[in-house]
Design a protein around this ligand. Structure first.
Ligand code: UDP
Length: 311
């Protein structure tokens, strides 16, 4: 039975990963310091192959026994979270990744780091493919996340080249689904909460900026395929169907039957104007592409939000 460590395992993506790995027969160690993760996300996990450890991976990670796979997912990931926790965000991407790689070296584990489409910054190439180096403002408010993840990629490749670690890098594009926090601050949770409680939907700027949203189960499947592959270079995983934020707000109004209005509030600094993954590499090497339609994914997510909000 493979023994697998998931850092950030009580977060939105980490907890879905833990579920998937348990389904695949892994023994799972879920490590999280609960800064933005929550025990609510893992309380359903009753398996005797599952263990939770409350630990901040910025500090040395001590684990007994073999570890076959390490998936390093610990990090604040919503813009409002990394603006509120800029230094922990920088530390977990740098010191935390260093510790997780040190453990992978000691245990001879396969290592996978959760990177992000934010490494492309406000992109000058569209759609984004893996060999685009990006357009990041290192000293802007988002720099704490973007540069931490860029450093994480660099140190991961150094451990791969210098220490021969079998390392994978997934560049995750916008993802949504159950277990996103109501007050997560990202577009879909905000719009769902606002639509379901009769508040106005806050489109930032004029709502013309674009994103491409992937349902969580599709993303997790892609990550698992990458983990099992022999690809030791960055790979985009995301849904290439692109839309404006205005269109997403309208879609959520329609899907919820809400009478709320859309209002326009200032665009945050350095907010990328466009984003769409080129998923040619994932298609070719992982035989992967998204399956879940937006309407279907939004419905499941909305049902989760209704339950959380008691509406
Ligand atoms: N956004 C918005 N209203 C909100 C939250 C977000 O218009 O209430 C916009 C945000 O400015 C960005 C896009 O939606 O252009 C996606 O933002 P999110 O925070 O979900 O993730 P990002 O892709 O920026 O990391």
């Amino acid at each position: 039975m493979p023994r697998t460590l998931v850092t950030g395992g009580a977060g939105f993506l980490g907890s879905h990963l833990c579920d998937y790995l348990l389904e695949k027969g892994h023994e799972v160690i879920c490590m999280d310091n609960l800064l933005t993760g929550s025990l609510d996300n893992i309380e359903h996990t009753k398996s005797d192959r599952f263990k939770f450890i409350n630990h901040n991976v910025t500090e040395y990670i001590d684990l007994d026994g073999p570890v076959d796979y390490i998936l390093h997912f610990a990090s604040p990931a919503s813009p409002i979270d990394y603006l509120e926790h800029p230094i922990p965000t920088l530390k977990v991407g740098s010191l935390g990744t260093h510790n997780a790689l040190g453990l992978a070296k000691k245990k001879k584990s396969v290592f996978l780091i959760a990177s992000t489409s934010e490494v492309y910054g406000d992109p000058l190439v569209h759609p984004q493919e893996e060999d685009y180096w990006g357009n990041v403002n290192p000293v802007g408010p988002r720099g704490v996340y973007d540069e931490a993840k860029r450093f994480a990629e660099a140190i991961t490749m150094a451990y791969h080249r210098y220490h021969g670690i079998d390392a994978k890098i997934v560049r995750i594009f916008n993802t949504y689904g159950p277990r996103m926090r109501i007050n997560d601050g990202r577009a879909i949770p905000n719009f769902l909460k606002q639509a379901l409680t009769g508040e106005d939907l806050t489109a930032y700027g004029d709502g013309s900026q674009t994103r491409s949203f992937c349902y969580v189960s599709d993303l997790i499947e892609g990550i698992y395929r990458l983990l099992m592959s022999d690809l030791n270079e960055p790979c985009n995983i995301g849904n290439p169907i692109e839309m404006t934020i205005q269109q997403m707000a309208e879609k959520i109004l329609q899907a919820s039957g809400s009478k709320s209005k859309i209002i326009y509030t200032p665009l945050p600094e350095d907010d990328p104007k466009v984003r769409q993954p080129n998923i040619g590499k994932a298609r070719k090497h992982l035989d992967w592409e998204p399956q879940v339609k937006l309407d279907e994914g939004l419905k499941t997510t909305m049902d989760y939000f209704k339950e959380q909000l008691n509406v």
